[in-house]
Design a protein around this ligand. Structure first.
Ligand SMILES: Nc1ncnc2c1ncn2[C@@H]1O[C@H](COP(=O)(O)OP(=O)(O)O)[C@@H](O)[C@H]1O
Ligand SMILES: [Mg+2]
Ligand SMILES: [Zn+2]
Length: 511
């Protein structure tokens, strides 16, 4: 007998339905055709064991399984369940009336239990588009898929429950998305700026960064609070829109990173990969392309701590994606895109020992060594960083101060007002949303400065030996500072503040 079940393949962050035809006939062999990878081929063993261990019969006949379309590679062990259900239906152990109405996915363990799959959210979205009634998948993935509320999503813990459901002998409860994540506008962050004592100037710099979407580097000795400050940046960015939340969730879904308690990623992500990360780990890759850290940070913050320790090649591969805000991974047969629109926060010590220019500790590095250390970070990545912020440790007596700092929610209000001005400014340009993304033409249009401003800038460039590339960055940042104040024009005080944020451009560092 011939039956059909339906599963789904992933292509980037989108899903493609896969038809699984199962035919059982006289004979004894097992054939699996239609470009399956080795994990899929091994499913026969798992299915046989799972059926035997749950009291069903694995047919001792010729079983032919065809997965279509044939030109899409079928990857992983998540087809165990639809293949097993197909075998059961083709051998008369499962009623085949219902099976064509559902997409079925799940990896089987040998006792019949169901293990989680990757990409439940894009699979659910596609199932709805293709007119399926529902989706049957491992219980751990149910909350994630249930975001697609018009689709019936059934989570099962083992194959027996799925069989009972399809035979009409047992009910499975339709999953609901986890409540507080449903809005997508998650305002809850574990870390708040009110925890940070002092450091008003650094908080101000991060507010500017958040307001204009500017990348930032924090330079300071160990223990000065760089990591603490960076972790709090997502909490002052505008809340995620539903579209942003869905897109970020899809990426985390295909990476298999959503726990069973998550429906939508409702807060802006904060990713902080270690400096030993590989190129593929950072930008994405693999035989079956998987998103990298820059995509997992999509719509959030990527924190590169100890920037000079990263391999140069790793930083090099980030350049194009940072420009395009998307990363394209090409393989012989396919090429997939993963969104990668993130804010970069980098951190570094001022020198190898960490204490260059420290108020009360001695730096033991020779000037040549300090320069060499700084040279490691020069180049393409530094060209994308608008704000250089020097972090000086807060004195011990201030750390014990009881008074709380301003809460993130208050800072975020100001950020959002500045962002509104920018949305209006760039409303006719779909690719630009924030000042940091301005083209040089837009820079000329929107960052006009008067004669006083121009001479201030000229003087500063000469006095501080600022490089030419500093000029555009200063203009962009001063535009954001003016926006935070609701000022149409860029005034000299806005420029003066922006000039402070270019310390790494000075010819002699720390002067
Ligand atoms: N301004 C501050 N307010 C409150 N705690 C601070 C501050 N600066 C540093 N700390 C404390 O010092 C610890 C170390 O800071 P951390 O962010 O790890 O420094 P860094 O990343 O610069 O090495 C923090 O976890 C925090 O407990
Ligand atoms: Mg740190
Ligand atoms: Zn030093």
């Amino acid at each position: 007998m011939l039956v059909k079940t339906f599963g789904s393949a992933l292509f980037g962050i989108e899903a493609i339905p896969i038809t699984i035809e199962v035919n059982i006939d006289k004979g004894i062999q097992f054939f699996l055709v239609g470009l399956p990878d080795s994990a899929v081929k091994e499913s026969q063993q798992r299915i046989e064991a799972a059926l035997n261990n749950t009291g069903y019969k694995y047919p001792k006949q010729k079983i032919v399984i065809n997965m279509a379309p044939a030109d899409i590679r079928k990857e992983g062990s998540a087809y165990d369940l639809p293949i097993a259900i197909g075998i059961l239906a083709a051998s008369g152990q499962v009623d085949h009336q219902l099976i064509e109405k559902y997409i079925i996915m799940g990896e089987l363990s040998l006792d019949g239990g169901l293990k989680p799959i990757k990409g439940a959210l894009p699979i659910a979205i596609k199932a709805l588009q293709e007119g399926f009634t529902g989706l049957i998948l491992p219980e751990d993935n149910a909350a994630e898929a249930a975001v697609v509320s018009q689709l019936k999503v059934y989570g099962a813990s083992n194959i027996t429950d799925v069989i009972g459901f399809l035979n009409g002998e047992q009910n499975l409860e339709a999953a609901k998305p986890i409540e507080d994540a449903e809005s997508g506008a998650g305002n809850k962050y574990a870390f708040d700026f009110s925890d940070v004592k002092g450091q008003e100037n650094i908080k101000r710099a991060l507010e500017i960064a958040a307001a204009g979407g500017h990348n930032v580097i924090l330079i300071g000795p160990p223990g000065s609070g760089k990591t603490m400050l960076a972790k709090r940046l997502p909490s002052i960015l505008p809340p995620l829109s539903i579209e942003e939340a869905l897109e970020t969730t899809k990426i985390h879904s295909v990476s298999g990173l959503l726990g069973q308690r998550t429906s939508l990623v409702a807060a802006r992500p904060f990713r902080s990969p270690h400096h030993t990360i590989s190129d593929a780990g950072l930008v994405g890759g693999g035989t079956y392309p998987q998103p990298g850290e820059i995509s997992l940070a999509h719509n959030g913050v990527l924190f590169l701590d100890e920037l000079p320790e990263f391999k140069r090649s790793v930083l090099e591969v980030m350049r194009q994606p940072m420009e395009d805000r998307v990363v394209t991974i090409s393989r012989a047969r396919i090429s997939v895109d993963f969104p990668a629109n993130f804010m970069l926060v980098a951190a570094m010590n001022p020198c190898p020992c960490g204490y260059y220019n420290h108020p009360d500790q001695e730096c033991v590095c020779s000037p040549g060594i300090v320069q060499k250390y700084l040279n490691k970070i020069s180049g393409p990545l530094m060209d994308r960083i608008d704000l250089h912020v020097e972090v000086v440790p807060v004195p011990f007596k201030d750390l014990t101060e009881k008074r709380k700092g301003e809460e993130s929610i208050a800072i975020r209000e100001r950020v959002m007002q500045a962002r509104q001005l920018q949305e209006k400014r760039f409303e006719h340009d779909p690719l630009v949303h924030a000042n940091a993304q301005m083209s040089s033409k837009q820079l000329q249009t929107y960052c006009d400065i008067d004669q006083t401003g121009r001479s201030l800038l000229k003087n500063a460039m000469e006095r501080l030996s600022l490089s030419a590339r500093a000029y555009d960055r200063i203009l962009k940042v001063s535009r954001t500072i003016a926006d935070l104040e609701g000022s149409e024009s860029i005034r000299t005080e806005h420029l003066a503040e922006a000039i402070n944020y270019r310390s790494l451009d000075r010819e002699t560092w720390g002067s």
